[in-house]
Design a protein around this ligand. Structure first.
Ligand code: ATP
Ligand code: MG
Ligand code: ZN
Length: 417
């Protein structure tokens, strides 16, 4: 399959098994729509295959995440999913972590687990390779499948057992440096979720099993969110209810309002919890050994896809924000013999060249939710024009085919590649 940005894909050659009926297994709209739009299929509880459309969206989220991580100075690596028990014994988490940690033995009877997170593995790497303060600061990240044997996997990729995460880890000589690294990631997270076209709120949070001094979650606001947030009606204070069960703002005493949210990101100031347990130290300028001060930073990449749908849909289907859309333009050809020669627009185009009724094509186009549709055929085509429809609000313009690129640039808010 062509994966170049700015290409044209023929609908008839893509596997997009859309469903007319509401699938019974799905409880929330993002899960229903991912199944109905042919993005996703279930293999086992909390374990899914992404089909071409689903993967295209996931790749778009990944691209935004990578660009912002790289811009913030983080370096991409790829750690193993299978991790030896010894590392987890060093930090005590082999005992602490409950059944979410999937453990197994290899043929030599050695204990392993599937990585639910990678503090131990990355700390082991850095303690071996980084010995001097001169090599700091360093922030490493990966985009990789995690496995957590969740007690209640549900809502599709929103709470899976196997899911794609971006996890980053920062290492600094001291607290002050660690705060700078944390702030860089905080800024990158704001840019990532803004670029994804999401309404979100950073909130103070509990550090849970990962531990550490303080942490913040990035919540996408949605009624179906599993988390409850308390946000101040007067100032910018907001917290997860687990952290702030009270009714008044601790900063200004104004009343707190409750919202529902989906946790798409979580950043932690870890301090020296892992570096002390695992003896990850560097020599400071005076030649003394100092445990490195760490931070860790997660983004649920696959969960972000579902969260975007929770915020952007209507009763007909998905309404993708342009930066995440599987395609930018959906070309509906009413009569296959009018199929245009694919013109290079510099946008990702899907061309519905199927020999099907117009109604089916319109329904599928609205369901899949590409931000702009162009309808080719009928009286408009005889006039030498095409109809351009904006998915977000249904606005229609009749224009000459040569004007499509210009209107797209305006509607999508992004230039051609
Ligand atoms: N089971 C899951 N399915 C999909 N994404 C997940 C899952 N668990 C965590 N994530 C994503 O990975 C990110 C980083 O993981 P982290 O350990 O901070 O999650 P968490 O606090 O356990 O999340 P939750 O409270 O939702 O279980 C989360 O912010 C979330 O977006
Ligand atoms: Mg969890
Ligand atoms: Zn306040």
């Amino acid at each position: 399959m062509n994966t170049q940005p700015g290409g044209v894909w023929r609908y008839s050659s893509l596997l997009i098994p859309t469903l007319r009926e509401e699938p019974g297994e799905a409880e929330i709209v993002s899960h229903q729509l991912m199944l109905r739009a042919g993005m996703l299929r279930k293999l086992a509880a909390g374990i899914y295959t992404l089909l071409p459309l689903g993967l295209r969206v996931l790749n778009k989220v990944e691209r935004v995440v990578r660009e912002e991580m790289n811009r913030a100075g983080a370096q991409e690596i790829l750690m193993p999913m299978v991790q030896p028990a010894e590392l987890w014994q060093e930090t005590g988490r082999w005992q602490q972590y409950g059944k979410e940690l999937l453990r197994f033995k290899d043929r030599h009877d050695r204990d392993f687990c599937l990585g639910p997170t990678h503090e131990e593995v990355v700390t082991d790497l850095v303690r071996r390779e980084v010995r001097s303060y001169r090599q700091l600061p360093v922030t490493l990240y990966q985009i990789q499948m995690k496995f957590r044997d969740e007690i209640r996997p549900r809502f599709g990729v929103m709470r899976g057992r196997e899911f794609l995460m971006k996890d980053a880890y920062s290492f600094d000589l001291d607290e002050a440096g660690a705060r700078v690294s944390y702030q860089k990631m905080n800024d990158a997270y704001h840019r990532i979720f803004e670029r994804c076209g999401l309404k979100f709120k950073p909130v103070e949070a509990d550090s849970g099993v990962i531990g550490g001094a303080y942490s913040q979650e990035f919540m996408v606001l949605a009624e179906t969110g599993e988390d409850s947030i308390k946000a101040c009606s007067q100032c910018s204070y907001a917290a997860n209810v687990e952290k702030q069960p009270g009714a008044a703002c601790p900063r200004c005493q104004a009343p707190l309002e409750t919202h529902r949210g989906i946790e798409v990101g979580h950043i932690f100031m870890l301090g020296t919890k892992y570096s002390e347990a695992m003896k990850a130290a560097v020599l400071d300028p005076q030649g003394h050994e100092q445990p490195m001060v760490m931070g860790c930073y997660g983004i649920g990449v696959s969960r972000t896809v579902a969260a975007a749908i929770e915020q952007h849909h209507d009763d007909k289907g998905i309404r993708w924000p342009a930066p995440l859309a599987p395609f930018h333009l959906h070309v509906v050809v009413l009569n296959p013999k009018d199929t245009p020669r694919a013109a290079a627009l510099g946008y990702d185009v899907v061309l519905d060249d199927r020999d099907d009724r117009a109604g089916i094509k319109f329904n599928d186009a609205d369901l899949i939710g590409v931000p702009a549709q162009v309808i080719i055929g009928g009286r408009t085509l005889k006039e030498g024009l095409v109809e351009l429809k904006r998915r977000s609000d249904g606005v229609v313009r009749k224009i000459e085919p040569g004007g499509i690129g210009g209107v797209l640039a305006e509607w999508l808010g992004m230039p051609a590649v």
